[in-house]
Design a protein around this ligand. Structure first.
Ligand SMILES: CC(C)(COP(=O)(O)OP(=O)(O)OC[C@H]1O[C@@H](n2cnc3c(N)ncnc32)[C@H](O)[C@@H]1OP(=O)(O)O)[C@@H](O)C(=O)NCCC(=O)NCCS
Length: 229
């Protein structure tokens, strides 16, 4: 039976087991994960992970993630590598448009755990869980076109590129705890939308190293701004 999930109403706790990974709610002892994530060049820019880590900011991040359940925004999970005995990343399922049959996924993995498949397994198993347990027709991922690693992970998890959305989102804008350094003009960077729609699942698990020459990962918010102006 499907979960009667409604945006804005409390959601149930969920834990998903996937290969050697456990997708579970954040716990107080996940602080080391947040500390490493705060040192990443991209994660604090794209999420509410604090750029300047303190244990208090880390605890607030964890509280915020678990608060998403009571506020009914969606599920924010820690990705736990059970063989390593530690949390290695985050994967979230956001349901603001669930009444229309749509939901969004987002994710990150800390640098010390990359190259091991955690994100692809987490996104794949969360997508499967969502289709099985929620009344959803379409899962979306929104990925900056230069984020080659993330695009590869999405496709490996069964998502297909659907569109380039022009001027989709501000990076380094006025989000919680983010520094608003971007110039107002010329506006927002593009975003690649990848979808995983029910009934049409494609598998692309080849790990061939393709041409990555067009990828460009910004070193800082300043560089993002320079590329925009
Ligand atoms: C996206 C992310 C989760 C991927 O981590 P991961 O699952 O461990 O992925 P990997 O490091 O194995 O990289 C995946 C692939 O991209 C390639 N890759 C990694 N960084 C790259 C770069 N800067 N340019 C080009 N290719 C890159 C890897 O070689 C690998 O290719 P292969 O599997 O074909 O050999 C991680 O980089 C991350 O958290 N980034 C910051 C936050 C983020 O971008 N989140 C997604 C927002 S949409």
């Amino acid at each position: 039976m499907k979960i009667d999930a409604v945006f804005g109403s409390p959601l149930p706790n969920v834990t998903i087991s996937a290969d050697r990974y456990l997708i579970r709610p954040f716990e107080a002892n996940d602080l080391a994960l947040i500390e490493e994530a705060s040192r990443d060049e991209l994660i604090p820019m794209l999420t509410t992970v604090p750029a300047d880590f303190t244990p208090e900011e880390g605890r607030e991040f964890i509280d915020r993630q678990n608060g998403r359940l009571s506020s009914g925004e969606g599920w924010s999970f820690a990705i736990v590598d059970q063989s390593a005995g530690r949390a290695v990343g985050q994967v979230g399922l956001w349901i603001a448009h669930l009444a229309k049959g749509r939901a969004e996924i987002g994710y990150w993995v800390v640098e010390s755990a990359r190259g091991d498949g955690a994100a692809a397994v987490a996104v794949d198993s969360l997508s499967t869980w969502a289709f099985e347990n929620l009344d959803v027709d379409r899962l979306s991922l929104f990925i900056e076109p230069w984020n080659t690693a993330s695009l590869k992970i999405a496709e490996r998890a069964g998502f297909e590129r659907e569109a380039i959305l022009r001027g989709w989102e501000r990076i380094g804008g006025s989000g919680e705890g983010h520094v608003g350094l971007c110039p107002a003009a010329p506006g927002r960077p593009d975003m690649t939308e990848l979808v995983f729609a029910s009934g049409r699942r494609r598998r692309s698990r080849s790990r061939s190293r393709g041409d990555t020459s067009s990828s460009h990962c910004p070193r800082s918010i300043t560089e993002v701004c320079r590329r925009l102006s």
